[in-house]
Design a protein around this ligand. Structure first.
Ligand code: SF4
Length: 97
């Protein structure tokens, strides 16, 4: 089935974990509390019902550091955040324009 056909049926692109979470919410009439309390532990979706993958290996320290740097960049804070503004460098064209 093509992407266009899926979209024509009303489906939207989503990550696999989002799909499982959406299915569990649908199963529990939209109640996140009921999904959390679900007792159907033999259901294949049960381990992932809260929207995270319990089988995924924990991130390495290098991955954690990369994520911290990416978050700092995203929020406009460089590695040198908290050390004041970057020094201004005079343009070599200053006064010649
Ligand atoms: S894990 Fe529970 S809430 Fe999720 S689909 Fe299975 S029975 Fe429904």
């Amino acid at each position: 089935m093509s992407r266009a056909e899926l979209e024509a049926l009303g489906h939207q692109q989503m990550a696999p974990m989002q799909m499982i979470r959406a299915k569990c919410l649908d199963c529990c009439a939209g109640s996140a509390d009921e999904v959390r309390k679900c007792v159907a532990i033999t259901c294949p979706s049960w381990p992932a019902r809260m929207g995270s993958n319990p089988w995924r290996a924990p991130p390495s320290e290098a991955q954690r550091e990369a994520a911290r740097r990416a978050a700092a960049r995203l929020h406009g804070k460089g590695v040198d955040a908290g050390r004041g503004p970057a020094p201004r460098v005079a343009s070599p064209l200053a006064g010649r324009e």
